[in-house]
Design a protein around this ligand. Sequence first.
Ligand SMILES: [Zn+2]
Length: 201
Amino acid sequence: MVAHFPLDDNVVRVHRRLCRLMTDDALRATRADAAWLLERADAEAGEWPAAATQASRVLNASYVRAVDDELRWRSTNGLRRQPETFGHSRQFLDELLQQVDLVAEVELLTNLRPRGRALVGVCPFHDDHDPSLTVWPGELRWRCWAGCGFGDVIDWVLLVQRGAFSFRQAVEYLSARYGVPLEKPVPNRRGPRHAHKARVA
Ligand SMILES: [Zn+2]
């Protein structure tokens, strides 16, 4: 789907540079957005000026290529970029995510109904009429397809609080609410620079 036309290597390179800074999750989510826009560009080619369609194809196809290159690079080198843990161990955060009821947290703000293996509902963060919010209980993840956000229940709480909670406060709120004892924070040795150490620039 991506290579219907010659890609501009310079655009791919610029996108790839951006991709290096992103977490694995963010790469996959933004790749899905770009792939969707690419499909729209093809499907609606007759409705827009040819130059606009071509620009959309080049930008989005280049982005998809850049994400695929970056994920392949990480896979080959055995690296993952997980979200920043802000002094908590990944083990503690994973335990917390397992114990928290994501669906219950979401349903404090909106009603969900089943669709396949997921649940869908009206997004409480934008003026939503066609349900844009998907929750995957098995994967402990959610996403608003209109762009409000995506992630795990900590990301959800941060969005609900809209800046009133820091990451640490969101973790404390959830640990108190679901009775998961807080660990003593540990120094974060795997900081955001980790993924770049082995890379030859
Ligand atoms: Zn939304």
